[in-house]
Design a protein around this ligand. Structure first.
Ligand code: LMR
Length: 326
């Protein structure tokens, strides 16, 4: 009788513990607006992860640099203050040289080429290139091709001479603007609007979703349709935290991540043109198409950047990326 009672009490206690086990809290922080491809992917991840792992996980999404801006988010991830972030591929230089490949100007002809390269064996290998530093890549996520903007038309490279350009923290992007006589300044994404508004910088580069959602077109007179480079992301997590998760949770999160990235990439593919249309409809900045001769002049002016970084990035990797254009 006593034994039965003890057993029942233990089972009850175990049951109660299981029922009340606190869910694993997963913070997903990023710097852009909810309506962008990354914003949408993060919200989709929350929805799917909480559905697949009901009661086991709670995903908290922090957009717009609310929790960490881009200067801090990588350290926060390594310290365990945030579990998932998705920095742009221009923000990894401190951790790996190779990912700088994505910043080379005029490397990819369009997003389909970016997609092919990311799916290739070389592209996939980059997801694990920072594991020794404690960072695991969970997948690539698209935003889109970048457009140049300023307070004057930038038809030819000479038009950029002497202008201050906000750039992401990338030496490749620094070299890119120096190659056309510009004066690049590394600034956090959250500071860009004000820097453009107050004239701290004269111009910048970003895809349509970021231009529209952060109103850069309200503080720039001209947006050139340059499509001169890509702005994409790697969704990353803290390796130790990820590897230490219960296997069923890691599996569920992994599936939710794959599906959320697919969703975000669809948003990127379908909404890029809509964000461009919205910028045009707002009628604040003039959206200027660029012809072949103009684009060739920019390509030629920026091409020396490739050889400058070839040693760091690796020629084989650059060749694999070029192949993805076919
Ligand atoms: C930027 O800093 O311009 C971008 O990386 C922001 C983002 O995450 O899209």
């Amino acid at each position: 009788m006593k034994l039965k009672f003890a057993l029942a009490t233990t089972l009850l206690a175990l049951g109660l513990t299981a029922a009340h086990a606190a869910p694993i809290v997963i913070k997903y922080s990023h710097v852009v607006a909810d309506i962008t491809p990354k914003g949408q992917a993060a919200l989709k991840f929350k929805e799917l992860a909480e559905k697949k792992l009901a009661g086991k996980v709670e995903v908290q999404v922090f957009p717009n640099s609310q929790l960490f801006g881009d200067g801090k988010e990588m350290e926060a991830l390594l310290l365990g203050d945030v579990q998932i972030i998705a920095p742009s591929l221009a923000k990894f230089a401190k951790y790996t040289d190779q990912i700088q490949i994505f910043d080379l100007p005029f490397l990819f002809t369009n997003m389909a080429a970016v997609d092919r390269f990311q799916a290739s064996k070389e592209g996939q290998a980059l997801l694990n290139s920072m594991s020794k530093k404690g960072i695991t890549g969970l997948g690539y996520l698209h935003n889109g091709m970048k457009q140049l903007s300023a307070n004057k038309p930038l038809a030819m490279p000479a038009d950029a001479k002497g202008l201050k350009f906000r750039i992401q923290p990338s030496d490749v992007l620094e070299a890119q603007f120096k190659a056309v006589g510009g004066n690049p300044q590394k600034l956090a994404f959250a500071e860009v609007y004000q820097a453009l508004q107050t004239g701290v910088v004269d111009g910048t580069e970003n895809p349509w979703s970021n231009i529209y959602s952060k109103k850069f077109h309200e503080v720039q007179s001209h947006i050139m349709e340059s499509n001169h480079g890509v702005l994409d992301y790697m969704v990353i997590t803290n390796t130790k935290w990820w590897d230490g998760l219960p296997a069923d949770v890691r599996k569920g999160l992994s599936e939710a991540m794959t599906e959320s990235i697919k969703f975000g990439n669809q948003v990127a593919a379908t909404e890029d043109a809509n964000f461009r249309a919205k910028v045009i409809a707002d009628n604040k900045a003039k959206v200027v198409p660029m012809n072949k001769d103009q684009l060739n002049a920019w390509r030629t002016a920026m091409k020396p950047v490739w050889s400058k970084f070839e040693g760091d990035i690796g020629k084989d990797l650059i060749d694999a990326a070029i192949k993805s254009n076919q």
